[in-house]
Design a protein around this ligand. Structure first.
Ligand SMILES: Nc1ncnc2c1ncn2[C@@H]1O[C@H](COP(=O)(O)OP(=O)(O)OP(=O)(O)O)[C@@H](O)[C@H]1O
Ligand SMILES: [Mg+2]
Length: 263
């Protein structure tokens, strides 16, 4: 089946976003298919994070539409988006350092046990389900009882991804997940993204690192000054062309001139 005949798991249509006098996004559209990894690139301030925050329910768009599996939706909060299977891993991760790994994974959605009129957090269930979930994602930690503040940057990123995928996520949006990581940890996070893809989850990856984009993505789209600028399946483009897009340059000749300083 060609991509075009399938229904995108999430779609943005002609999204505009204004912050006072600042236009962050102007008529931006995006489609993501199930099991697809879409790279989103663009210069600082191009509008990438703003677009993702709109898809994740953090900001309302000024205008435009969002569809999940073909149905028009309106998110009033990140919870609305999560309830529809749209999860975002924020750049600052939003994990609680002084809590255990399992508590972070289930934060706000704890395992509870009822005894008569009383509700208790079910620690045993939390630890067991957290371990099972980490196993499924092939994430290794010493113990799910460890506090997040004891983990390395890469392990924290993995826990944040585990949190995003603990409850039937259809889409996981990641904003610069590898920016602060050492090489070995970068590879682990990217392999985790490949794993999510294998489970049919759609992933949107924002990254300034073209190595990441070319290692893991199926398709790449570039924003420039808050607008759609270019996009292509990865197999039909190359690093130099994508660097050109980030700089707002589509002509291959002009692009080469810029990269090799021929002018
Ligand atoms: N909460 C906000 N209030 C006002 N302006 C904002 C807000 N968030 C973003 N902007 C503006 O919107 C534009 C797009 O910002 P955004 O953070 O989406 O860019 P980005 O592509 O993620 O950049 P970077 O690569 O640096 O993270 C910028 O001009 C920014 O200053
Ligand atoms: Mg950003």
């Amino acid at each position: 089946m060609s991509l075009e005949t399938r229904t995108p798991v999430i779609e943005a249509r002609r999204i505009c976003k204004y912050f006072g006098a600042v236009t962050a996004l102007e008529d931006v559209s995006l489609k993501l298919y199930p099991g697809e990894v879409l790279g989103v690139v663009g210069d600082n301030g191009a509008g990438k994070s703003t677009l993702m925050k709109i898809l994740a329910g953090l900001y309302p768009p000024s205008s435009g539409e969002i569809l999940v599996e073909g149905k028009l939706v309106r998110f009033n909060s990140p919870k609305d988006a999560r309830d529809m299977g749209i999860e975002m891993v924020y750049q600052d991760l939003a994990l609680a350092g002084n809590m255990r790994i399992d508590e972070n994974i289930f934060l706000g959605r704890e395992w509870v046990r009822r005894i008569g009129p009383f509700k208790f957090v079910d620690n045993a269930a939390s630890l067991r389900h957290a371990q099972e979930h980490l196993n499924k994602l092939k994430i290794e930690v010493k113990s799910v009882r460890q506090r997040v503040e004891e983990l390395s940057g890469g392990q924290r990123q993995a826990v944040a991804i585990a949190r995003a995928t603990a409850f039937d996520a259809k889409v996981v949006i990641m904003d610069e997940p590898t920016a602060a990581l050492a090489v070995k940890e970068v590879r682990k996070v990217l392999d985790l993204i490949k794993d999510l893809k294998q489970h049919g989850i759609g992933v949107i990856l924002i990254s300034h690192r073209l190595d990441d984009i070319f290692y893991v993505c199926d398709r790449v789209m570039a924003l420039f000054h808050g607008r759609n600028f270019a996009e292509a399946p990865l197999a039909e483009t190359n690093r130099n062309e994508v660097i050109g897009w980030i700089m707002g340059n589509k002509s291959p000749v002009a692009q080469a001139a810029k990269i090799f300083d021929l002018n």
